[in-house]
Design a protein around this ligand. Structure first.
Ligand code: CA
Length: 717
C-alpha cells in the first residue's frame, strides 16, 4: 500500500517537475534515465557542472566549493526561504542533500530517504528501510545518516543496522540489499556511500562499543562485494583473504601486542565518515577511527602504534591494495579519530614552488595536516585549536606526547576531548583563496582509566571512566563553569602558511559544516539555529537567518532555471546533543528536522518548533544513602550519560529521566532498565551490565538530580 501511494505521488509530482525543469535541463526529461543518470564522466566533471551537487562533498575532491556566483558578496543579503520540507524526526539530522537532474535526495534519522523536487520541495517518494528501533542502542552518536550516493539511475544508502541498499532513483523501490556487517555485533552505518567507477564504497561505525573496522567496495549493479580493506588485524593476526592482508603482514601486525582487550573487542578503527577518490593517483583515500577500547593500556598494553587506528589510508581503487598511510595519533588513547573531512587540492608546495597535489585533514586530535596525495608524505601541520596532550609535531608529523596524557595512574584533563577539535561537520576549501574552513571547537574532558572495566558486547567499552571528576551534587556554579569551557569557532586555515588567516568565535561548540562558493561567500550553520554567510576573505558576517533548529550539517548549493539555491538540513540530536544536553540554549527544543532551501528574493517562513510541555515535577522523594548515591552517579555516568545527558540533564532528544514517571517506583524503573519493557523504543535491557542494586542506585541518583537546583541554569526540559 505504502509503495503504491509513493509511486502514485511520484508520478504526479514528477510530471509537475518536468513542467518546471524543462527550461534549462540538458538531459532529455521524458525518459527514466533522467533520474540520477550519473555516469563516471559526470562525477569526474562535477566541479564544472555546479548546477548539481553530485556527491556527499560536491565532487571527488570533496572541497565543498561551488563555482556558482549568483549568490555573492553583493547579493547574499537578499537570500530568503524558498521552501522547507519536514523530515518528521526530532532525532539528529546530518545529511548533505544530493541534487541531480532536478531531484534532491536527502536522508534523515533511521536512514530514511526522501526524494524531493529540488525547485519546490515537493515530495516525490519516501523510502523507509524499516530499521528495528532496538538497533538504536548500538549507535554511539544518535541514529543519524549523512546522505546517499547516486549512480546510473540508482540511489545508494547505508542503513544504520549495517545494510547497504540500492534504490530505484525514480520510484524509491529497493533493487538490492546487502548486509555489510556481522549484525550480532554493535556495528552501525551513518556515513554516505561514495561511487567510483561502478563500485560503491561503504564503511561503518561502532568502535565505542567494540568492533573491527573496515572499508568495503560493492559492485553497483549486482551488489556483490569487490574488495574489503580491514583497518586492524584479526585476533590471530592471520590473513583474512582480504585486500589488506599484505599490508598487515608487512607493516601492520608488528604494531600490535599479543595481549589486551583488542583481541576480543575488535580493536576499533572504523571508517565511519570520510572516503574520497583521488582520480590523479587512482586511489581511494579514507579516514580511520579510534581504537576499541579507547584506553590503550587496556586495549593493547604493548603500547605499540596499532596500525591503522587514527590514520589516513590510501588504497588502489580497483583492487583495494594498500598504497600508503599516515597515522595522525599513534597508539590512540583518546577517541582521536582521523575520520574527519578529507579534501584534495593543488597547493604551491612543490619543490620548485610549483603545484603539489595534497590531501588535507583537521582530525579530532587538534592538528591540521597537509600530506602528499601520491605518497602520504607529511608536508606540514600545526595545531588548529589549543591542545595540551603534546609539545607539538616532529619533522615527520608524529605528535610528541606529554607522558601524563596517557592517564596511566592519574586522570588527565585534556583538550581536545573525545568529541575532538573538529568532528563530522564537513570542512570546506576555497581553491582561489587557498583557505580551508574548519568548524572547530574546544570541548575538554578528563580522561581516567576505568577501574571497573569489563567488556560487555552490546554496551560502551571505552576503558575510560566517564564519572571521573563529576561532582556528586551539581550546582548552578558548576554548570556555568562547565558550560564556559565549551567553545566553537570557524577558522579559515591557510594550508601553505600553516596558520589561521581569520577566525570567527561562536557562542558554543558543535556548529555546522561549511559551504564555500566562488561568489566569495562561506556558509555555516550554528547549533543555536543561525545559518550565517561570511565573507570568504575576511570572515565578516554578511547575512544570517534563524532556521529554528540546530543547523549542524553540511550546506549545499545548486541551480535550476537560472536561479541559485542554497540548502541545509536542520535538526537536533547527534553525539553532542545527546551527551551534553546541559550546554544548550533554552530557546531550542527538540525541533523537527527540516530541509531548508534559500534563494534570492524569496520570502518563505520556517515553522516555529513545537516544544512539548514537560511537567518538571519530581515523581518521587529523594532517597538513598551517600554510598548509594555515589554508586548511582558512577553507574549513570557509565551507562546512561551518552544518551540521556550528563547529571541526568537531557537535551530533550531522548527522555529527561528526572521527569520520567518510571522513577516513581522501584518496580516500574526495574521493568524498563532490567526487564527491557521499552526495547521497542530503543531502550534495551541493561541486565547484562547492571545488578538490581545498581539500577536502584541510578534511580536514587536521578531523583536526587530532579530535586537539584542546578536545573535552573541548564537543560531543555
Ligand atoms: Ca569514536
Amino acid at each position: 500500500m505504502k509503495n503504491m501511494r509513493f509511486q502514485m505521488a511520484a508520478a504526479v509530482a514528477a510530471s509537475a517537475l518536468w513542467l518546471g525543469a524543462c527550461g534549462n535541463s540538458e538531459q532529455a526529461v521524458d525518459t527514466v534515465e533522467t533520474f540520477a543518470n550519473v555516469t563516471q564522466d559526470r562525477l569526474s566533471n562535477a566541479a564544472e557542472t555546479p548546477a548539481e551537487w553530485l556527491t556527499y562533498g560536491g565532487t571527488y575532491d570533496e572541497q565543498r566549493h561551488s563555482l556558482l556566483t549568483q549568490v555573492n558578496l553583493e547579493t547574499v543579503g537578499d537570500l530568503g526561504v524558498a521552501w522547507t520540507y519536514d523530515l518528521g524526526t526530532s532525532r539528529g539530522v546530518e545529511s548533505t542533500p544530493i541534487v541531480v537532474d532536478g531531484v534532491m535526495y536527502v536522508t534523515s534519522a533511521w536512514s530514511i530517504v526522501y526524494a524531493l523536487d529540488a525547485k519546490t520541495g515537493e515530495e516525490l517518494w519516501v523510502y523507509d528501510p524499516g530499521v528495528n528501533r532496538a538497533v538504536g542502542i548500538k549507535a554511539c552518536c544518535d541514529v543519524v545518516n549523512r546522505g546517499v550516493a547516486v549512480w546510473e539511475g540508482k540511489i545508494y544508502l547505508g542503513v544504520i543496522d549495517g545494510r547497504l541498499e540500492a534504490l530505484d532513483a525514480k520510484t524509491g523501490e529497493r533493487i538490492w540489499s546487502k548486509v555489510t556487517v556481522d549484525q550480532s555485533k554493535p556495528y552501525t552505518i551513518t556515513g554516505a556511500p561514495r561511487v567510483v567507477d561502478g563500485k560503491v564504497l561503504i564503511g561503518n561505525g561502532g568502535a565505542e562499543l567494540g568492533v573491527r573496522g573496515y572499508l568495503s567496495a560493492y559492485d553497483a549493479e549486482s551488489g556483490d562485494m569487490t574488495w574489503r580493506f580491514y583497518t586492524v588485524p584479526n585476533p590471530e593476526m592471520l590473513p583474512d583473504g582480504a585486500a589488506s592482508d599484505a599490508a598487515f603482514e608487512e607493516i601492520g601486525n608488528v604494531t600490535w601486542g599479543d595481549t589486551g582487550a583488542w583481541k576480543t573487542d575488535g580493536g576499533g578503527g572504523t571508517v565511519w565518515d570520510s572516503i574520497i577518490y583521488d582520480e590523479v593517483n587512482d586511489a581511494v583515500i579514507f579516514g580511520v577511527g579510534n581504537g576499541s577500547p579507547w584506553n590503550q593500556s587496556l586495549r593493547d598494553p604493548s603500547g605499540l602504534d596499532n596500525l591503522f587506528l587514527s590514520s589516513i589510508v590510501a588504497v588502489d581503487a580497483e583492487t583495494g591494495a594498500y598504497k600508503w598511510h599516515f597515522q595522525t595519533t599513534p597508539g590512540d588513547n583518546w577517541d582521536y579519530t582521523a575520520t574527519q573531512t578529507l579534501i584534495l587540492a593543488n597547493l604551491p608546495l612543490g619543490e620548485d614552488g610549483g603545484d603539489r597535489r595534497v590531501v588535507m585533514q583537521a582530525p579530532k586530535n587538534g592538528f591540521f595536516y597537509v600530506l602528499d596525495a601520491e605518497t602520504g608524505a607529511f608536508i606540514n601541520g600545526a595545531g588548529y585549536v589549543p591542545q595540551n596532550w603534546t609539545t607539538g609535531l616532529d619533522e615527520n608529523g608524529r605528535p610528541v606526547e606529554v607522558p601524563e596524557a596517557r592517564y596511566a595512574s592519574t586522570p588527565f584533563n585534556q583538550t581536545p576531548g573525545p568529541l575532538g577539535g573538529h568532528n563530522w561537520h564537513p570542512m570546506a576549501y576555497n581553491p582561489e583563496a587557498k583557505l580551508a574552513y574548519i568548524p572547530a571547537q574546544e570541548i575538554p574532558q578528563a580522561y581516567s582509566t576505568d577501574p571497573r572495566f569489563a567488556e560487555h558486547p552490546t554496551k560502551w567499552n571505552t576503558g575510560a571512566d566517564f564519572s571521573a571528576g563529576v561532582p556528586a551534587l551539581v550546582t548552578s556554579d558548576v554548570m556555568k563553569f562547565l558550560r564556559s569551557g565549551l567553545k566553537g569557532r570557524l577558522i579559515a586555515w591557510d594550508p601553505v602558511a600553516n596558520a589561521p588567516r581569520w577566525t570567527v568565535e561562536h557562542d558554543g561548540p558543535w556548529n555546522g559544516g561549511v559551504l564555500s562558493t566562488a561568489g566569495g561567500v562561506v556558509f555555516q550553520g550554528k547549533l543555536n539555529g543561525d545559518f550565517v554567510a561570511y565573507d570568504a576573505a575576511s570572515g565578516d558576517p554578511l547575512w544570517s537567518h534563524d532556521v529554528k533548529s540546530g543547523a549542524a550539517s553540511g550546506p549545499g548549493t545548486y541551480e535550476i532555471d537560472g536561479e541559485q539555491y542554497v540548502t541545509i538540513t536542520t535538526g537536533w540530536g547527534s553525539a553532542f546533543a545527546l551527551a551534553a544536553g546541559f550546554a544548550f540554549d533554552e530557546k531550542l527544543g527538540p525541533a523537527i528536522g527540516k530541509v531548508v532551501t534559500f534563494k534570492l528574493g524569496a520570502e518563505g517562513e520556517i515553522e516555529a518548533p513545537y516544544v512539548p510541555e514537560i511537567d518538571r515535577t519530581p515523581n518521587a522523594e529523594p532517597f538513598g544513602t551517600e554510598a548509594q548515591l555515589a554508586d548511582g552517579l558512577v553507574h549513570y555516568a557509565r551507562n546512561c550519560t551518552v544518551c540521556h545527558g550528563p547529571f541526568a540533564v537531557s537535551s530533550g532528544v531522548l527522555p529527561d529521566l528526572r521527569w520520567s514517571t518510571y522513577t516513581e517506583s522501584a518496580d516500574a524503573w526495574k521493568a524498563v532498565v532490567v526487564d527491557g519493557t521499552l526495547q521497542g523504543a530503543g531502550m534495551v535491557s541493561f541486565a547484562d551490565v547492571l545488578s538490581e542494586d545498581d539500577v536502584e542506585a541510578i534511580r536514587a541518583y536521578v531523583i536526587q538530580q530532579a530535586h537539584n537546583p542546578a536545573d535552573a541554569v541548564g537543560g531543555m526540559q
